[in-house]
Design a protein around this ligand. Structure first.
Ligand code: IPE
Ligand code: IPE
Ligand code: MG
Length: 227
């Protein structure tokens, strides 16, 4: 399976740096998160012009509950507003929503809204996968438990039970804001993913940055342990 070139079908992004973006402008963190949502919107709109079949976005981690209640509340409200305002556009643009993480543990009105969005976008051709209340270690533990209940624990049986089951293999993982860590995101799926770390803060991330990352990806040589 060695080879270079090729296009990225599945790209995942750790959208980081909203707080620092706001701080640099002496604005409240909530404004940084709002501008972060706008960056998501720009990217989803541009998806049709890329090779990407699935874009996975890290929106809220299981560890993000450790933030002050006010910030968690702001993030949840932004999520509500985003789903409500952008759902018609997803449907019009053939975007199918997929969710990773323990999203059923979110507030009941959000769960209901997401269930509705999942069913109304089910026919979409390109996937927007959103990691919500997501922790990769927890995902792997859940998948291993489910696999064990069915029989043997193997790489394949675990994969069948991951939240990412059915999505294309992860090709490229991008993290913004200069942090060089995975923060409990797609640990299993990243086994052979290419990684790009950029100093750009998430609210400043544009479709052009994504195009640059995709071009960089095509220049990488993937060897999968072979030669
Ligand atoms: C990313 O931005 C958004 C979420 C984690 C929800 P941050 O809020 O982590 O921004 P920084 O890292 O503090 O700049
Ligand atoms: C990762 O960013 C989570 C999301 C982008 C949703 P964090 O800002 O929470 O990660 P750490 O705390 O810097 O590792
Ligand atoms: Mg951060």
């Amino acid at each position: 399976m060695a080879g270079e070139g090729g296009v990225a079908r599945h790209v995942a992004i750790i959208m980081d740096g909203n707080g620092r973006w706001a701080k640099a402008r002496h604005l409240p963190r909530a404004i940084g998160h709002q501008r972060g949502v706008e960056a998501v919107r720009r990217l989803v709109r541009a998806l049709g012009e890329t090779s990407i079949e699935c874009l996975t976005l890290y929106a809220f981690s299981t560890e993000n509950w450790r933030r002050p209640d006010e910030e968690v509340g702001d993030l949840m409200n932004l999520m509500r507003r985003f789903v409500k305002s952008d759902l018609p556009e997803f449907i019009a643009n053939d975007v199918k929503l997929h969710i990773l993480g323990d999203w059923r543990g979110l507030a009941p009105d959000i769960v209901e809204m997401l269930e509705d969005a999942l069913s109304r976008t089910a026919g979409g051709a390109r996937t927007l996968a959103v990691a919500l209340n997501y922790g990769s270690q927890q995902e792997i533990a859940r998948a291993a438990t489910a696999a064990a209940a069915e029989g043997e624990i193997t790489v394949e049986s675990i994969e069948r039970h991951l939240d990412s089951a059915g999505l294309p293999p992860l090709d490229l993982l991008i993290r913004t804001s200069g942090e060089l860590r995975l923060s409990n995101f797609l640990l299993w799926q990243s086994a052979y993913a290419e990684m790009i770390f950029t100093d750009v803060l998430w609210p400043d991330f544009t479709p052009e940055h994504l195009t640059d990352a995709l071009a960089e990806f095509t220049r990488r040589e993937r060897r999968y342990g072979g030669r």
